[in-house]
Design a protein around this ligand. Structure first.
Ligand SMILES: C[S@@+](CC[C@H](N)C(=O)[O-])C[C@H]1O[C@@H](n2cnc3c(N)ncnc32)[C@H](O)[C@@H]1O
Length: 218
């Protein structure tokens, strides 16, 4: 296993990505969990995780460290969130999900990961989960609904986060417009909201018509 240089918790071997498992012996979605040097690693499949796709495509702005407090919007059953929980193993990952069926699976996946906290809530209404989140360093968003960048900016503001990442799905914003135009509008809107874009990168071929945008606040 070769460290990627991000923060000591993300590795590469034979062209595949891995996170160092924070819950050895537990698989979340049937991923391979090779052991070497007394450590267990979890394969992180770029075709199943937009954050892994971003890194596989050369993205180097992952503002998540071992002690980060991460607010994860659109956690679904927790596939990517579980890798974020490996990375921020000494921090916290609050996982917001609005669909009850996905939330039930998410709750199961949080059981073996004490730093992963499930919240059944609507990411467009940060005030409804503010009682549970005592401030975030990073907001990661993958909700695939309209107004994705405003949801990011609103949550960063509400929880005082300096960093943000959003996987913009072009079709969720406008099915008729070209993805390129949707991404340009999303980037312009983030700047209007006072955020500085530190990276913007297509997630092709892993995820069609998606772009990951990484931002920094003041
Ligand atoms: C593309 S999936 C997320 C996949 C997940 N991030 C992963 O990589 O494992 C989008 C998720 O966002 C959820 N979602 C959509 N709108 C939401 C909202 N307003 N608040 C919270 N979750 C939302 C959906 O129910 C769905 O589970």
């Amino acid at each position: 296993m070769e460290p990627t240089g991000f923060n000591g918790r993300i590795f590469r071997e034979g062209g595949r990505l891995y996170t160092l498992s924070a819950a050895p012996g537990i698989r979340v979605y049937g991923e391979r969990t090779p052991r070497t040097g007394g450590m267990e690693y979890r394969e992180w499949d770029a075709s199943r995780s937009k954050l892994a796709a971003y890194i596989a495509n050369g993205g180097e702005r992952v503002p998540i460290g071992i002690g980060s407090r991460v607010l994860y919007l659109g956690a679904s059953s927790g596939t990517t969130a579980s890798h974020v929980s490996d990375i921020a193993s000494e921090g916290r990952v609050w996982c917001v999900e609005s669909a009850p069926r996905m939330f039930r699976e998410l709750v199961e996946n949080c059981r073996s990961r004490p730093n992963m906290i499930p919240l059944l809530a609507d990411a467009t209404k940060p005030a409804t989960y503010a009682f549970a989140v005592d401030g975030a360093d990073v907001v990661y968003e993958d909700v695939a609904q309209k107004n994705q960048v405003d949801i990011l900016a609103d949550n960063m503001g509400a929880f005082g986060a300096k960093y943000g990442m959003v996987a913009v799905k072009a079709r969720s914003e406008d099915v008729a417009e070209s993805p390129r135009a949707v991404f340009a509008r999303a980037e312009a809107r983030l700047r209007e909201r006072g955020l500085r874009i530190t990276d913007a990168r297509s997630l092709e071929p892993w995820e069609g018509s998606h772009e990951m945008i990484v931002v920094e606040g003041r």
